[in-house]
Design a protein. Structure first.
Length: 170
């Protein structure tokens, strides 16, 4: 299954140069409601993009942290969005997991293309295992490409308080 955006020379260049501070490739997000969005559709907002698989203890732990984070960000949807990208092969298993984990809530987007680690999104972002969290800033650049679970909460709290900590690294 090929997606047209995988052929983009620009995306290939961005993927080859993917590091903190650089622009993130524009991945397709096949959402659970049937819509297809692109990561660039969320420009102007921070994106907490997490890759996960159902029935994996580490992914479950990450989703629990993100569920707590959702409680903080749900009133700041104009500033920040959470996108959970499942690398499951079975979309029914994925959708059932989203529902059973209680993360099928307004403002938390869920995507899956059923291609596991062969997903163009995973390949473009260098995801070779789950879970993985990528934080993208409003202009589309990577703030972090591999945050641990505690760090993502701290960073989002800093961002929401106006402390743009990552700018100090430039």
């Amino acid at each position: 299954q090929k997606h047209p955006y995988t052929l983009s020379l620009r995306n290939k260049v961005l993927a080859n140069n993917l590091k903190v501070g650089n622009e993130v490739p524009d991945i397709m997000l096949p959402l659970s409601n049937g819509e297809q969005k692109m990561l660039a559709d969320f420009r102007g907002r921070y994106v907490v993009l997490n890759f996960w698989t159902s029935n994996e203890a580490k992914s479950d732990a990450m989703l629990e942290v993100l569920r707590n984070l959702y409680g903080i960000v749900k009133d700041n949807k104009e500033q920040l969005v959470i996108v959970s990208y499942s690398l499951d092969s079975d979309k029914t298993v994925w959708k059932d997991a989203v529902e059973s984990l209680g993360i099928d809530v307004d403002g938390w987007l869920h995507a899956c293309d059923g291609l596991c680690l062969d997903s163009p999104a995973a390949k473009l972002l260098g995801v070779d295992k789950t879970p993985r969290i990528v934080l993208v800033e409003p202009e589309g650049r990577a703030v972090s490409l591999d945050m641990d679970m505690d760090e993502v909460v701290m960073r989002v709290e800093q961002i929401l308080s106006g402390d743009l900590y990552y700018l100090d690294k430039e």
